[in-house]
Design a protein around this ligand. Structure first.
Ligand code: AMP
Length: 418
């Protein structure tokens, strides 16, 4: 009973401070790029994901938490955010009202995968979607946003890999050529790869199995099937990244599984997290709006795994980093000091100070111990003597300096050491 569901985790203690810092980065940098936060429900109609991601993908075919609710509707916990965002954009006619709609999210997602470090059944993604523009500037914009967020979190051990799938038309031509080639080599390939030839042939290129790699090495190349406009689009994206000084490597076999991707696809990868080497990724998904019954709306976006971002920052920094310190801990001596101490605490909290008081009626000694435990920057002691004088004695914990100040001047004293 008293245990989390397998693959799901509680987030608390030193880790929560890292979440707060990351969430602050998501908010400020998304805003700096002109993106607005968007929140959707955890549950969607199952059909949204079946149509938007595809029944043949692992995510929908094997990993979704799907159930029939009390009204008989088939609902699913969202396994990703792009389909819900596009659903919402269609439902609220967002793109009709704002030709370029820029949205970001920070959302809990659910996939019934085999849990391991860095892979959970409830996990979280930060991501952004730029809806309405077919131009390479939009592709570059979302990549720059993702890149700035990763940098602002403090990460260095990652790289950006990028590729193009070309227009939907040139991709279809390529897909046909690839299927012909793979069918000719079917017998040499793993069972998984053989199945994918029929369901999602581009995914075969992602295979990490040695026997598949040998076949893939000689497979027709996507770049030989690109039309001129597709090449121009990709080159423009790369030029924008060059101009912004964002380093990348072109990975010609990266396809990012999902069927709706076209043109630019990209991934942020790291070598510092073992097998869970993907921090996040994204790409252009022009066909998705019409797949979900919206008009023809070009779009591009990305998502980053928050647990992976934080694991990597923990690895790089050698720990979770420090939790925020309270400004003040008020130690009370005797019964009469409790009410005035509480009032001082409330006054300071209302001007933005973090103030902790004792609620266990502890001895002065154990209150001091507690102040040390929470790493308060200042300790105020209030007893009968101070009450009579209308003062508190303040101790600056790092330096050991002590001063006695009137109640009204505590705030000035706290501010003097910042
Ligand atoms: P995807 O939506 O599959 O492209 O995943 C985007 C990112 O989300 C990945 O690169 C990971 O950082 C993260 N991610 C995906 N699945 C999980 C999971 N089960 N647990 C933790 N993070 C995940």
């Amino acid at each position: 009973m008293a245990q989390t569901v397998r693959g799901m985790r509680d987030i608390f203690g030193p880790e929560i401070a890292a979440w707060h810092r990351a969430e602050e980065v998501f908010r400020t940098i998304s805003q700096a790029f002109g993106y607005e936060e968007f929140r959707t429900p955890m549950l969607e109609h199952t059909e949204l994901f079946q149509r938007g991601i595809g029944q043949e993908t692992d995510i929908v075919g094997k990993e979704m938490y799907t159930f029939v609710d009390r009204s008989g509707d088939s609902l699913s916990l969202r396994p990703e955010m792009t389909a819900p965002i596009v659903r919402a954009a269609i439902e609220h006619s967002l793109v009709r009202h704002t030709p370029v709609t820029r949205l970001w999210y920070n959302a809990a997602l659910f996939r019934h995968e085999r849990p391991q470090k860095g892979r959970y059944r409830q996990f979280h993604q930060y991501g952004a979607e730029c809806l309405g523009s077919p131009w390479p500037e939009a592709d570059a914009e979302v990549i720059l946003l993702a890149y700035d967020v990763i940098k602002a979190i403090g990460l260095t051990q990652f790289r950006l890999e990028i590729n193009t799938l070309g227009s939907s038309e040139s991709r279809a031509v390529y897909r046909a050529a690839l299927v012909d080639y793979l069918n000719a080599h079917r017998a040499e390939m793993s069972g998984d790869a053989q199945r994918r030839i029929d369901t999602n042939p581009l995914r075969v290129l992602d295979s990490k199995v040695e026997q598949d790699k040998a076949v893939i090495a000689n497979a027709p190349r996507l770049r030989d099937h690109l039309d001129e406009a597709s090449t121009a689009h990709f080159n423009a994206v790369l030029a924008l990244l060059d101009a912004a000084g964002v380093p990348y490597t072109i990975n010609p076999v990266m396809v990012r599984g999902l069927d709706y991707y076209c043109h630019t696809v990209f991934e942020f990868v790291t070598d510092a997290l073992g097998t869970q080497n993907a921090i996040g990724g994204g790409g252009r998904y022009d066909p998705l709006f019409s797949m979900l019954g919206g008009g023809d709306t070009p779009a591009v976006g990305f998502s980053l795994g928050i647990e992976r971002l934080l694991l990597l920052s923990e690895v790089e920094a050698g720990g979770w980093g420090e939790a925020a310190r309270p400004d003040l801990y008020i130690v009370t001596m005797g019964d009469t000091a409790r009410v005035p101490a509480g009032l001082i605490a409330m006054r300071l909290r209302r001007v933005g100070r973090t103030v902790v008081t004792d609620v266990l009626r502890r001895s002065v000694k154990s209150q001091m111990k507690d102040a040390n435990r929470v790493r308060a920057q200042w300790v105020a002691v209030i007893g009968d003597e101070e009450l009579q004088k209308g003062t508190v004695s303040l101790k600056h914990m790092d330096s050991g300096d002590q001063i006695e100040v009137p109640h009204t001047e505590i705030e000035t004293a706290l501010a003097s050491r910042e």
